[in-house]
Design a protein around this ligand. Structure first.
Ligand code: HMG
Ligand code: MG
Length: 314
């Protein structure tokens, strides 16, 4: 510390613990060129929970023609060995998806909408207002069935179709999601364009409608700023961060959105800051590494490629 200056990284400004919400089996695998065998995906979910992750988004009940990689969602869940203290939300786009998820016995779902009409049309085949109207019965029925419900909002920092997105626009839609009755809102940087100042501006705008403890940051690492954005969010007061083991994934309807933030990169940062996650970074890396023979490419995440720091003796 330079004399007379307060520390830049001040432990007093950091939370003691945060939640890492794992999206690799859903957001990661939905974007892989080929579908992995169901048993491999199921083992991946189980390995991630065994690594200490308490929230593992396991799969998706979107239209199987739109995302064939996850068409085996029900089969995956049927044989899943569940850790008693972990939750396994699934993505649902509409009532049809909710019906399928309920039939599969889920206890948590994630619905999604976009901050722009351009992206909404591409990802959900309808403008934002229509998607939001369609989500009302989904959230109502999910809550009536006792499910925990997350609401994702995509392209909060920029849209590949419509361009810049105003924080006020994000805030209004986050307010609408909260109004539907979701338990939590995850703000997505779907194409990885955010930088820390913009993260703060969006969080400030959204906080008028949603308490910080109900917010999550879902940063894609497409342009390398995801960790910096999470650090800004951490200082701001966010306590849930989405990440994808190995850095797998993206959104198939957002060109160039490859590169979710690697769970290992995030946990490495949090470990270094002394912020508890309960997650064993090396166990997450091993879980992701087991997929490599099926992916046909190395893991994109940086920690996942480099591994733990083990200085050579002498
Ligand atoms: P659509 O074609 O407009 O659907 O797709 P529809 O409502 O017109 O229905 C057409 C047919 O599909 C009907 O069957 C429905 O029953 C059936 P028919 O009567 O013709 O026999 N159908 C379904 N079947 C199975 N499961 C369903 C389902 N829904 C309808 N759930 C739809 C609209 C929303 C379904 C489609 O566009 C879709 O599935 N989109 C999902 C795309 C996707 O998964 N994108 C990636 C996830 S979002 C993401 O990654 C972003 C995120 O990570 C956050 C971030 O990064 O920002 C969450
Ligand atoms: Mg995503």
């Amino acid at each position: 510390m330079r004399p007379g200056r307060p520390p830049v990284v001040d432990p007093a400004r950091l939370p003691r613990a945060v939640t890492v919400y794992e999206v690799g089996p859903r957001d990661g695998l939905q974007n892989e060129a080929s579908a992995l065998p169901t048993a491999v995906k199921r083992a991946f979910v189980e390995d991630l929970a065994a690594a200490g992750l308490r929230w593992v988004e396991a799969t998706s009940f979107v239209h199987p023609r739109w995302v064939p990689q996850l068409a085996d969602a029900a089969e995956l869940l049927a044989g899943l060995a569940r850790a008693p203290d972990a939750r396994y939300p699934v993505l649902v786009p509409n009532e049809k998806g909710l019906d399928r998820a309920l039939a599969a016995g889920v206890d948590a779902v994630a619905v999604f909408a976009a901050a722009t009409d351009g992206f909404s049309q591409r990802n959900q085949n309808a403008p934002v207002a229509e998607v939001m109207a369609g989500l009302r019965p989904v959230v109502e029925r999910a809550r009536a069935a006792g499910l925990w419900v997350r609401g994702y909002l995509s392209v909060c920092w920029g849209c590949p179709v419509d361009g810049a997105v105003a924080p006020a626009q994000v805030a209004a839609l986050a307010r609408d999601l909260v109004g539907l009755g979701v338990d939590a809102v995850s703000l997505g940087d779907t194409v990885g364009v955010a930088t820390p100042g913009g993260v703060e501006r969006v969080l400030d705008a959204v906080a008028v409608h949603a308490a910080p403890e109900r917010l999550a940051l879902h940063m894609h690492d497409t342009r390398g700023a995801a960790l910096a954005n999470c650090f800004a969010g951490l200082l701001w007061g966010v306590t849930t961060f989405d990440a994808s083991a190995g850095g797998l994934g993206g959104c198939p309807y957002a060109p160039g959105a490859s590169g979710n933030l690697d769970t290992c990169d995030l946990v490495h940062l949090l470990d270094g800051l002394g912020v508890a996650t309960g997650v064993d970074v090396e166990a997450v890396r091993r879980a992701a590494t087991r997929l490599v023979p099926y992916l046909g490419r190395p893991l994109p995440g940086r920690y996942s490629r480099a591994g733990a720091f083990r200085p050579a003796p002498g």
